[in-house]
Design a binder for this molecule. Structure first.
Ligand SMILES: Cc1cc2nc3c(=O)[nH]c(=O)nc-3n(C[C@H](O)[C@H](O)[C@H](O)COP(=O)(O)OP(=O)(O)OC[C@H]3O[C@@H](n4cnc5c(N)ncnc54)[C@H](O)[C@@H]3O)c2cc1C
Length: 556
């Protein structure tokens, strides 16, 4: 524990309780933030709207849910004892095991006492006179805090599609991102799945094994690579554990996406057809997200990308026996990797089952949902249960749900109306002492998110320690730094193929959401260096002060 006094001694207790910091959300980000700040002796309160810790892994309980970054890497690195002792069972752990891990972390680091569950943060208002935040929660209380950290998650605001008749459907309706806690069993039922993103690609093969019939409604075909999931052997776990210092260092400092992997040193067009095909075959056989690391220019050069996309389309044609279905499953409207690539177990082969039908919504759109069927232009598809795998209002959705007012009463929603604006993805000008973990403008969803979460949490914790040592109380991004960063994020995105896809990275899955490429593509290692340099230069681009300057009255 730090010898420095808690900041809350200076915090005005205008509401029911006063904290140095309020953290919103108790997923991996919120839990680690609590651990770090408490370790500095700060008085912290975490509010979590869910009934327990774990965030993503608390909510997404659909059949087949699991991580798609290997568990030995999709795990905290801040405690060597933890990473040496925890036994991941499979290459990609299932949801229940990741949730168990989150609970283990909460117990092991005694976090629960400072986490208030079943409590939603509805409003946060910056009081310029006292330089504190007033945080209103769903239990009717108002807490006061010097700092607020939004650990609200990038993929935590489940998107309900606006389809005529949905509320009239008489069977059960499930959203993959809001799955019930009780076991679901589709045995003997006719099930419809709407959506073919990552959650559908994981759940479709499992639901198909239970259901009498499964109809998959596809708007956009997505590229998916086999996971090649398997139990981890003792030797495999030990090899990771022995090499963790280097694996974690590489993931933080060198990898673009926070994953330890062999990096390619040549482009796809530098090899001839046979060599290239052999490389893709090897990556396909190995499985997983690192397929895109076969060459170093797959996301930069369309001609290079076409070779990888063509390879995967060829695989789909090999696996799926009905040529019509195979054709519909072959993505043809975006470069491979420009939408989050999916990782599956038997997704394409599932369409060879006699009880599975694919409906292509581009040529045969949904007209309405009837009490017992999904009606498309060409007819009715009778179903008893409906699964909405329609994704999330990504990156900004959960932040926008909170009524956040900064300086001059300006809301974050107003400020972000044309798209999110941040400095480094960490803060937004006009909202002093409000931090965002893995916010828009940081690598975030383009990375192994635990690497990005740990980096942000450490940066924020170090920043607060820096301020305390100097008696500083308020930090705010400058407009110039923010403008430059937003321009840089856009410029880097435009150098890649990413903006060519109508993806949730662009907000394209939410009607009316501005089309801005939200995450920072520069790479995890480069981004970390930028953040470290900013800190080393005394938090360049931020203004720190002892208290927020009170705006002058206009002369009469
Ligand atoms: C199905 C699925 C699989 C994924 N697999 C991977 C993977 O393999 N690798 C990877 O890197 N990433 C993966 N992700 C991304 C995943 O979201 C992150 O890896 C990580 O779990 C995010 O942690 P977090 O704490 O930032 O956010 P979350 O886990 O989303 O937690 C945020 C929490 O904040 C709470 N909250 C939000 N708003 C409020 C409010 N107003 N008041 C109170 N509480 C609030 C939410 O209830 C939630 O519990 C996956 C996501 C999904 C949906």
């Amino acid at each position: 524990m730090s010898a420095l006094p808690s900041m809350s001694a200076n915090t005005q207790a205008a509401g029911d309780a006063a904290y140095d910091a309020v953290v919103v959300g108790a997923g991996f980000a919120g839990m680690y933030m609590l651990h770090r700040l408490r370790g500095q002796g700060l008085k912290v309160r975490v509010y979590e709207q869910g009934g327990d810790v774990g965030g993503t892994w608390y909510w997404n309980r659909y059949p087949g849910a699991r991580c798609d970054v290997e568990s030995m890497q999709y795990s905290y690195s801040f405690s060597d004892e933890l990473q040496q002792e925890w036994n991941w069972s499979e290459r990609y752990a299932p949801q229940a095991e990741i949730l168990k891990y989150a609970n283990h972390v909460a117990d092991r680091f005694k976090l629960r006492g400072d986490i208030q569950l079943n409590t939603r943060v509805d409003r946060a208002t910056f009081d310029e006179r006292t330089s504190t935040w007033q945080v209103a929660t769903s239990d009717g209380r108002i807490a006061t805090a010097k700092f607020v950290v939004l650990a609200t998650g990038c993929l935590s605001n489940a998107r309900m599609p606006d389809i005529k008749g949905l509320s009239e459907f008489k069977g059960n309706v499930y959203h993959t991102g809001h799955w019930p806690h009780e076991p679901t069993d589709f045995t003997g039922l006719r099930v419809g799945v709407i959506g073919t993103g990552s959650s559908a690609i994981q759940s479709v093969p499992v639901i198909a094994q239970q259901a009498r019939h499964l109809t998959v409604f596809q708007r956009t075909a997505n590229f998916s690579i086999p996971a090649r999931n398997a139990e981890l052997t003792v030797e495999e776990r030990e090899a990771f554990r022995r090499n963790y210092p280097e694996i974690r260092r590489f993931a933080r400092e060198e990898a673009r996406n926070g994953i330890y992997a062999e990096l390619p040193d040549r482009g796809a067009l530098d090899d001839g057809d046979n060599t290239r095909r052999a490389k893709y075959e090897a990556r396909w056989a190995k499985g997983g997200l690192t397929f895109m690391l076969a060459y170093n220019n797959l996301i930069l050069d369309k001609a290079a990308n076409d070779t990888a996309a063509g390879f995967v389309r060829g695989k789909i044609a090999e696996i799926v026996r009905d040529p019509e279905t195979a054709k519909r499953l072959q993505p043809d409207d975006h470069p491979i990797g420009s939408k989050r690539i999916c990782v599956d177990t038997d997704y394409y082969a599932t369409f060879n089952r006699p009880n599975v039908t694919l409906v292509d919504l581009k040529s045969d759109p949904i007209v309405e949902i009837l009490p017992n069927a999904v009606r498309t232009r060409t007819g009715d598809h009778e179903i008893d249960a409906l699964v909405l795998a329609t994704g999330f209002d990504a990156m900004t959705g959960s932040v926008a749900k909170i009524d956040i007012s900064g300086r001059g009463g300006r809301t974050l929603k107003q400020k972000w109306a044309e798209g999110p604006r941040t400095y480094l993805g960490l803060m937004s000008q006009g909202f002093p002492n409000l931090f965002i973990i893995t916010g828009p403008g940081s690598p975030s969803v383009l990375s192994n998110m635990i690497v990005s979460i740990e980096q942000h949490v450490d940066w924020i914790a170090d920043c607060l320690a820096f301020m305390r040592e100097r008696g500083l109380e308020v930090i705010e991004a400058t407009k110039e730094a923010e403008d430059q960063w937003v321009a840089h994020v856009n410029e880097v995105a435009q150098q890649t193929l990413y903006p060519q896809a109508n993806s949730w990275y662009m907000g394209a899955n939410i009607p009316g959401k501005p089309r801005i490429f939200m995450p920072y593509i520069g790479g995890v290692g480069v981004y970390r260096q930028i953040c470290n340099d900013v800190a080393a230069k005394g938090y360049e681009g931020f203004v720190m002060s002892q208290s927020a300057p009170v705006p002058k009255m206009a002369a009469s």
